[in-house]
Design a protein around this ligand. Structure first.
Ligand code: SF4
Ligand code: SF4
Ligand code: SF4
Ligand code: FES
Length: 979
């Protein structure tokens, strides 16, 4: 499983039946027992009999079009297709008779008479099901010849940057169409024309790039011929070995088979046995991995005394010794707590654990924080307070058992695409959807899906909306009284019931503030409370507010009040933004918590770590990220070790962050590119991309999955090795020979991880969900089953406190931010891939009324100004946003969305209020002063980097990516999914 020769995964032909009734039949003399509803084709495969097939695949409903899988059944006339024939008790099936051989050969003859005979030069040579089937049926000649009418001259569509469509090779099996419909849920493909003229068409017979295609690649994976093929396979040929690993983009945590030729990736194929993604992926994970070998990769350690000096390339040893001596010098001069560290949600659990250990044990301070501070820290606080554990309650599979979904402040089609596909599938099956979001996200109305309710909440009023929903549930007798009586604290519940029942919390009383029509809110509350299994999925549109923690608690209140926790199909599910944001929190990255969410002031817990680590630990929490910045500006915080995090681009109020960095004496950056933060650094340590890592990521389901080394670290040292080297140089020994030993230490010290090890993960099929310990040796797919982790669930009062960021005469619009499908976070990776074909700049979405009031037209340059600063973006005039609300993404440093966001934060966790910034917008003709400054500073820093390269007479660059020399593409229309 770890590293294998490349081979196609076993395909059982049709999906598994979920029936519990078992049926016995005989196939070719072999008895087999299968669940009712299983196809004869699948039953045969289970019995080890491979009936030839072309149009069937076990992730798609059977279409019965190719006629290759015909069988004979005793007592039945004709030759039924085994893929569309369900098993029956006592059935006697024959799959290999001379008549069947003859029919199958005839079918193949027809296919091959209209197929190029270029197998030896075809990119799919060696990986083609048509070729395989020709061999299996024993095709020896084609009686119809090749001269008749055919499609051999049809033109190739190479418009998509990642795959080509060659219609001359299409056998019109419709697998691609069904994959797009059933697996991805985009419905971008159809079969155009009839009979011989039928062809696959994207959109309205457009190029793939001009169609609704979101480039997920499911059709490419489904295609049994060379018709839809990855361009990397066309360029490089078939791979010769593969490694199973985990995507490093979003918190879905898709498992992939990295197919390799030597140390070069040929393609990434979603792993069929991946327990989070079940063989599906999105454009980022499947295609956007070329950044790993981009020419901008920084592969040599560098140091400099001041940020206006050129960088000096040095050995790893010199860089590490210099960094350690600076940390000690600064601590000697300014005190032990004048330094700190930042862990990364992009890095593995093992790497993250080591960084927080380095800070606590080697620096001797609790000044450690992580990027979760600025995204899901309110989830930790809110869920821990109410139900006792800082994590989502379900598996992704659980959504297939839900009846009503509340989707709040999340846009999974853009940010968690593989989960979105699963959700869409369930919605097509009949589950109901309630969207609570200021924007009209794709799921409100998309092919074959229409939300029952879209509550267009005014940014900043989430808490009021959820309390109003609770009001409806409490005052209309919709509470699950028995569940609450058994599972929750009575006194807190009664206080909550009284609180939410007050007239001022009714939908009618809050409508003017929230902007949500009272009737819709009442309807949505009734639907959630009475519609069967109710689940809540939410994102940063919930947490990144001044009341983020309160809103998370309001979500938990709703779920407890309706009995929607502790079983399949329900639950409270934070959709995590980054690949390992759950893991970075689990690993003790917050200044007040040791691994496993245990407070540093707990003497017993701290004692365990002190004994294991052989060092005294501080009992007081350290500085949070924003406190570190404030302390740096005021002169008491002087050095920072930052692994895999670009705080200048991703944190709010960019000018304040930059001022803090300028005020420090030593900034140590460990990253793969010279990112915005590294431009302020004094020590640069080359980081490794996910393809070079060995360890584990933990996704939004608490699923710990293995990340395996696909290529050796290009900079010569793995991230965990560099952290160990720094620790050793500081005089605190860290000696591990493999990341598995780090996981063993984590398991030793963290009760929820006690049963986790690399071998356990392998034994569990590639992943395991924590808690995994003596009580749950195989992990915990669903939490809070018999009781809540904290014992009794605790209802919390959720008083609505309006944000300070309110629209005023000076700043009349509310800016909210998010992501787009093709780009990821600060864009450091995706901007260095062909994903820029879809989204090459951040744009400002503005409603036509607001645009007209300001004389703004589509594509105009627009200045947005807040009390923090000003930046300029191009306008996208659209009704996706409501009047009074504007929206942008933050993927490109030059747009500086966070120049505008303010230092307003969540009251409990200091998570920034990214989702509400009061701004004014006006049409302009030139960039903002900040953008001019950014350009100057960036050019200076790149110049200093250049001087380093010239002085050393070499370019410290990676092997060029295969397409990096291409000119920058013109922006194409953005994909339809936005966040
Ligand atoms: S790449 Fe995905 S969205 Fe595009 S046509 Fe294929 S299956 Fe559909
Ligand atoms: S493109 Fe491939 S999957 Fe689609 S119909 Fe043609 S051969 Fe089948
Ligand atoms: S859904 Fe997320 S984890 Fe899966 S391939 Fe896309 S970015 Fe990667
Ligand atoms: S595989 Fe059954 S008809 Fe094609």
């Amino acid at each position: 499983m770890l590293e294998t020769i490349v081979k196609r995964e076993r395909d059982f032909g049709t999906p598994a039946s979920t029936s519990t009734e078992m049926i016995s039949l005989t196939i070719d003399g072999t008895s087999v027992e299968v669940p009712a509803g299983t196809s004869v084709l699948r039953a045969a495969a289970i019995a080890g009999i491979n009936i030839p097939k072309l149009c069937a695949s076990d992730n798609l409903e059977a279409s019965g079009s190719c006629r290759l899988c015909l069988v004979q059944i005793d007592g039945r006339r004709g030759y039924p297709a085994s893929c569309t024939t369900p098993v029956e008790a006592g059935m006697v099936v024959h799959t290999e008779t001379s008549k069947l051989h003859e029919i199958r050969r005839g079918v193949m003859e027809l296919y091959i008479s209209d197929h190029p005979l270029d197998c030896l030069t075809c990119p799919s040579n060696g990986d083609c099901e048509l070729q395989d089937m020709a061999g299996v049926v024993g095709l020896r000649n084609v009686r119809y010849g090749y001269e008749g009418q055919n499609h051999l001259q049809d033109e190739v569509d190479a418009s998509n940057p990642y795959f080509a469509y060659d219609p001359s090779k299409c056998i019109v099996c419709s697998r691609c169409v069904r994959a797009c419909n059933e697996v991805q849920g985009t419905f971008a493909l159809t079969i155009d024309g009839k009979g011989f003229a039928s062809r696959i068409a994207a959109g309205q017979n457009e190029d793939f790039m001009d169609s609704d295609c979101v480039s997920c690649g499911a059709c490419v994976q489904a295609c049994p011929t060379s018709t839809l093929t990855e361009k990397t396979v066309i360029d490089m040929g078939q791979a010769e070995h593969s490694v199973i690993t985990t995507c490093a983009y979003c918190g879905v945590g898709c498992a992939f088979k990295a197919e390799m030729k030597g140390d070069q990736v040929v393609r990434m194929v979603p792993w069929k046995d991946g327990q989070a993604n079940r063989g599906h992926s999105c454009v980022k994970g499947r295609f956007a991995w070329g950044y790993a070998t981009h020419k901008d990769r920084m592969l040599k350690p560098m140091i400099r005394k001041r940020i206006d000096e050129p960088w000096r390339e040095v050995s790893w040893d010199e860089a590490i010794q210099y960094a350690a001596s600076e940390i000690r010098r600064i601590q000697a001069k300014y005190g032990k707590d004048s330094v700190g560290g930042i862990t990364s949600s992009r890095c593995t659990n093992e790497e993250t654990y080591l960084v927080q250990k380095l800070v606590r044990a080697a620096f001797g301070t609790n000044n450690v924080d992580t990027c979760a501070r600025v995204c899901h820290s309110p989830t930790g606080y809110g869920l821990k307070t109410t139900i006792g554990e800082s994590a989502g309650t379900q598996t992704f599979d659980s959504v297939m058992f839900t009846d009503v979904v509340i989707l709040m402040g999340a846009n999974p089609s853009a940010a968690h695409p593989v989960f979105a596909s699963r959700l869409k599938r369930r919605l097509r099956e009949g589950a109901k959807l309630i969207v609570i979001d200021p924007r009209r996200i794709e799921l409100v109305d998309s092919p074959h899906i229409k939300a029952s309710y879209h509550l267009p909440v005014r940014p900043g009023t989430n808490t009021a909306v959820l309390t109003a929903m609770a009001h409806v549930i409490a005052t209309e007798g919709l509470i699950d009284e028995a569940y609450v009586a058994e599972r929750c604290e009575t006194e807190a519940f009664e206080q909550w019931r009284e609180f939410v029942s007050r007239p001022e919390h009714s939908p009618e009383a809050t409508e003017a503030e929230t902007g949500v029509p009272a009737a819709d809110l009442r309807g949505a509350a009734r639907l959630y409370a009475t519609g069967g299994n109710g689940s809540i999925y939410y994102g940063l549109g919930v947490t990144e507010h001044s009341q983020g923690s309160t809103t998370v608690m309001a979500i938990a209140n709703l779920a407890m009040a309706t009995g929607n926790l502790g079983k399949e199909g329900v639950g409270v599910n934070p959709l995590r933004g980054q690949n390992n944001v759950q893991g970075s929190c689990d690993m003790g990255s917050f200044p007040h918590e040791l691994p496993g969410y245990r407070h540093v002031s707990d003497d017993k817990v701290r004692g365990e770590f002190e004994r294991d680590w052989g060092v005294k630990l501080q009992p007081e929490p350290g500085l949070r990220l924003p406190n570190m910045f404030d302390a740096a500006v005021s002169g008491s915080f002087k050095a920072l070790y930052c692994q895999g995090e670009d705080i200048v681009q991703s944190d709010p109020n960019t000018q304040h962050v930059a001022a803090a960095l300028r005020a420090m004496e030593c900034i140590i950056i460990q990253d793969i590119f010279l990112n915005e933060t590294a431009k302020y650094a004094h020590v640069f340590l080359p980081g490794s991309s996910f393809l070079e890592k060995d360890g584990t990521f933990t996704n939004a389901e608490r699923r710990i999955s293995r990340v395996r080394t696909v290529m050796k670290p290009l900079g010569g040292m793995a991230d965990w090795e560099a952290t160990c080297a720094l620790s050793n140089a500081l005089g605190y020994p860290m000696n591990y020979s493999h990341p598995s030993e780090i996981m063993d230490e984590i398991a030793r010290l963290t009760p929820t991880f006690a049963g986790v090890s690399f071998s356990k993960i392998d034994a569990m099929g590639g992943s395991v969900q924590w808690p995994c310990n003596a009580e749950a040796p195989d992990g915990t797919p669903i939490m809070h089953v018999d009781q809540f982790v904290r014992g009794k669930g605790r209802f919390m009062l959720t008083k609505y406190v309006p944000s300070d960021e309110r629209s005023t005469r000076k700043f009349p619009l509310l800016l909210t931010t998010g992501r787009i499908l093709s780009q990821y976070n600060v864009g450091a990776q995706t901007r260095r891939t062909d994903n820029v074909h879809w989204h090459a700049e951040d744009r400002l979405e503005i409603h036509p009324h607001d645009a007209e009031d300001r004389g703004i037209r589509q594509g105009d340059m627009v200045a947005i100004q807040s009390r923090s600063g000003e930046t300029v973006l191009r306008a996208d005039v659209t009704e996706r946003v409501q009047p009074g609300v504007v929206y942008t993404t933050f993927h490109f440093p030059e747009s500086g969305a966070n120049v505008v966001t303010t230092d307003s934060t969540d009251w409990a966790t200091d998570c920034p209020e990214y989702k509400v910034t009061a701004i004014q917008a006006r049409r302009v003709t030139e960039p903002s002063r900040w953008q001019e400054h950014w350009t100057d500073f960036s050019e200076t820093q790149l110049g200093l980097l250049e001087r380093r390269e010239r002085e050393n007479g070499q370019a410290a660059t990676a092997t060029p990516a295969r397409d990096e020399k291409k000119p920058a593409p013109a922006p194409a229309p953005a994909m339809t999914s936005h966040d």
